[in-house]
Design a protein around this ligand. Structure first.
Ligand SMILES: [Zn+2]
Ligand SMILES: [Zn+2]
Length: 390
């Protein structure tokens, strides 16, 4: 049984209106100017101390109530480069930009909680409400950390949340340890000697070499990493050739890898390079391999996860908690904050994921039903992680 925080229901209509406004005006990585203005304006109107400029469009609102520990609650503000196809009244006003991951909802729920807690400060200490840009691809969370988020706001713990289609409304999931995977990208350029397709013996073939490399890379997960460890190597692009009867002189392969542990990440990078170089040598072509680390894995600490569990149980009930969910091989740049501070990242049930209701679909829309549930979680979390007001 969901029990939202009594008194929060009077903000529900407002939260819905804020969410629809943000949804209609999506902004992508580091360009969240309007969103940042809206967030800062609301935080100021609730009476919070507002700091702007970290990672360009980042906003941090500080709510203090006496002396005590400090914690950070984080939401993301950015949209994706997707053409929205929902036809909703609040659909994106900007072609090619869309809130298809629900960050409009995340921002709204954290704003709702900030407003409630400013009016009902049932805690002692301070809360940093962190609104970060560029969660998708560009690592706005990393930039905030690099630009001194935790030096400027010395919190002891950080907490994050993502709406999760596929998990029923009224359920939440969390686990100590890895919750989301690391996210890296790679590019392999093969250079050979192009030739007439009918006279392959006169050249060296980058396509035959490339296909063997793609296949051999699949043995990394099955033969180089511990069977119990998770590893994904996905080639998502293979560009070569222009016509029917010419073996091309070059090929470019790109893709992404995922894992949970740094040792596995190291193994994947090392083996990809070794395999590409060895096969290229055997096949008489040249290989140039570039591997770029993007996001580390999102790893929850045990103590903070227990606090998140207690807060979530007060909102959705113990039976509605999934405490050992299968971690996702998706990635999340909240991981950079979790590398610096203990904390917990949770999933908030958002209902069915079919029929375009999944994250990053052009038909997706954040489920407004969960606005008061997510905001209630933040409120209960504040009351759980900070001492009660004296
Ligand atoms: Zn996303
Ligand atoms: Zn997201």
């Amino acid at each position: 049984m969901v029990e939202t925080v009594p008194g929060l229901e009077k903000y529900t209509a407002d939260m819905k209106a804020w969410r629809h406004d943000l949804h209609a005006h999506p902004e992508t990585a580091f360009e969240e100017q309007r969103t940042s203005d809206v967030v800062a304006g609301k935080l100021e109107s609730f009476g919070l101390e507002v700091h702007r400029g970290l990672a360009r469009t980042g906003v941090v609102g500080i709510l203090r109530n006496g002396e005590g520990p400090s914690v950070a609650f984080r939401a993301d503000m950015d949209a994706l480069h997707i053409d929205e196809q929902t036809n909703l009244p609040h659909a994106s006003r900007h072609a090619g930009r869309m809130h298809a991951c629900g960050h409009d909802g995340h921002t709204t729920m954290l704003l709702g909680a900030a407003r409630y807690l400013a009016e009902n400060p049932n805690f002692q200490g301070s809360i940093a409400f962190v609104f970060q840009p560029a969660e998708e691809n560009e690592g706005g969370g990393r930039v905030m950390v690099e630009e001194g988020l935790f030096e400027q706001f010395p919190v002891t713990e950080v907490y994050g949340m993502h709406n999760w289609p596929g998990l029923d409304v009224g359920r939440m999931a969390m686990r100590p340890g890895p919750m989301m995977a690391s996210y890296d990208v790679f590019e392999l350029t093969l250079t050979g000697k192009g030739t007439h397709a009918a006279m392959p013996h006169l050249g060296t073939d980058v396509i035959v070499a490339g296909t063997q490399i793609v296949n051999a890379w699949q043995t990394i997960a099955s033969r180089n990493t511990h069977p119990v460890d998770s590893a994904v190597v996905s080639v998502t692009q293979f560009h070569a050739g222009d016509t029917w009867n010419v073996i091309p002189a070059s090929a470019v392969l790109r893709g992404t890898t995922r894992s949970f542990r740094a040792e596995v990440q190291d193994t994947i990078e090392r083996r990809m390079r070794e395999i590409a170089q060895a096969i290229a040598t055997v096949m008489g072509v040249e290989a140039s391999f570039r591997y770029e680390r993007r996001y580390p894995s999102t790893v929850n600490t045990a103590d903070a996860t227990e606090k998140a569990r207690r807060a979530a149980a007060r909102v959705v009930g113990t039976e509605a908690l999934d405490l050992d969910p299968m971690p996702s091989m998706g990635a999340e740049d909240f991981s950079f904050m979790l590398q610096k501070r203990p904390g917990c990242y949770v999933w908030l049930g958002a209902g069915p994921s079919d029929g375009g209701r999944n994250l990053h679909s052009p038909h997706y829309d954040f489920n407004d039903e969960v606005l008061p549930i997510g905001a209630s979680y933040w409120v209960r979390l504040a009351e759980t992680v900070l001492p009660k007001a004296g």
